[in-house]
Design a protein around this ligand. Structure first.
Ligand code: PEP
Ligand code: MN
Length: 337
């Protein structure tokens, strides 16, 4: 149940209203928008006479029953788009943010070199995995803590904020200087990890699970948000289907569905979606056209020699050309890149 508060109501009065319900055992989400403040009650609201509350309260404009489970991530309680600030970049409506870098950090020189190149092509965030979730235990597992140090070195050299994947709760202390914490597709429903990362004071990039529905993705965002973290970026990265021509099937409808249902920024990862380099630019353009707020793209200076996901990585020149093309289209849409 959500109560929309009248304009110009004092903070203290809203707090009194909220406490009244919290004293009865309800949890609350108070969402301050530019137009109005909304108070959302979580718990068994069947026991509340909504009309009575609206009639007897001086500060409530109207009440609404919220049927969806994702109250913090959904638009009903929070109609305005959320824009997330990170390292001088805004992510969300009106912008188009490209995050780029190798699948995995392979060495200090490698990551610093690629960081400099993607920055000069216009990427605003550097990606690179230090802890890698690999299908085979015999594949390169990432450089771990050392990889994180190299990534931080590349951040210092270039000034680019970094996004990198966390695989379990014990890694939290290592992520102090990381700008955006990535939760990978394989961990989208690791609820203990979601609760822990929900308590971190930094933006989270939440990737859709390989076989997860859009609603399940939103519920995972809800785990992060109900644990205290409101800075969640959703990522569509392709899902499992019967198709074998591509690594996964990019679900562009998910971008539309997520933007309709949620106020959170939505980005697309065309690299993991397709698994093939030649698909990345067309799918990146499609993501922009369908309303995504940005992209996560794998870029390597020598894809043939990459330790992970070389076949889907753009080389530096291909990435630069794609960025030039995207810049024109983003301008045409009156968005900032
Ligand atoms: C990645 O982005 O490095 C990655 C492992 O992607 P996903 O979790 O989507 O498979
Ligand atoms: Mn990868």
């Amino acid at each position: 149940m959500v109560f929309i508060i009248k304009p110009d109501v004092e903070e203290i009065e809203i707090q009194r209203f909220v406490s009244m319900f919290e004293d009865k055992g309800f949890s609350t989400i108070v969402s301050e928008g530019t137009e109005h403040t909304a108070v959302c009650l979580i718990g068994n609201t069947a026991t509340i006479d909504m009309e009575h509350v609206v009639e007897t309260s001086d500060i409530v404009e109207f009440g609404k029953r919220v049927t969806e489970q994702y109250k913090a991530a959904g638009r009903t309680v929070h109609p305005e788009d959320t824009i997330i600030e990170v390292g001088g970049t805004s992510i969300g409506a009106g912008t188009f943010t490209v995050m780029a870098g190798p699948c995995s950090v392979e060495g200090e020189e490698q990551i610093t070199r690629i960081a400099g190149a993607v920055k000069s092509s216009g990427a605003k965030v550097l990606r690179g995995g230090a802890f890698k979730p690999r299908t085979s235990p015999y594949s390169f597992q990432g450089l771990g803590a050392e990889g994180l140090r190299f990534l931080l070195e590349a951040k210092r050299e270039t000034g680019l904020p970094i996004v990198t994947e966390i695989m379990n709760q014990t890694q939290v202390p290592l992520f102090d200087e990381v700008d955006i914490v990535q939760i990978g597709a394989r961990n989208m429903q690791n609820y203990d990890l979601l609760k822990e990362v929900g308590q971190m004071d930094k933006p989270v990039l939440l990737k859709r699970g390989l076989s997860s529905t859009i609603e399940e993705l939103l519920m995972s965002a809800e785990y992060l948000m109900s644990s205290g973290n409101s800075r969640v970026i959703l990522c569509e990265r392709g899902i499992r289907t019967f198709e074998t021509m591509t690594r996964n099937t990019l679900d562009l409808s998910a971008v539309v569905a997520l933007k309709q249902r949620s106020h959170l920024p939505v980005i697309v990862d065309p690299s993991h979606a397709a698994g093939l380099r030649s698909f990345v630019a067309p799918l990146a353009r499609a993501a922009l056209a369908v309303g995504a707020d940005g992209l996560l793209i794998e870029v390597h200076d020598n894809p043939q020699a990459a330790l992970c996901d070389g076949a889907q990585s753009l080389d530096l020149q291909q990435f630069d050309e794609l960025m030039g093309d995207l810049r024109k289209r983003v301008g045409f849409e009156n968005r900032e890149m």
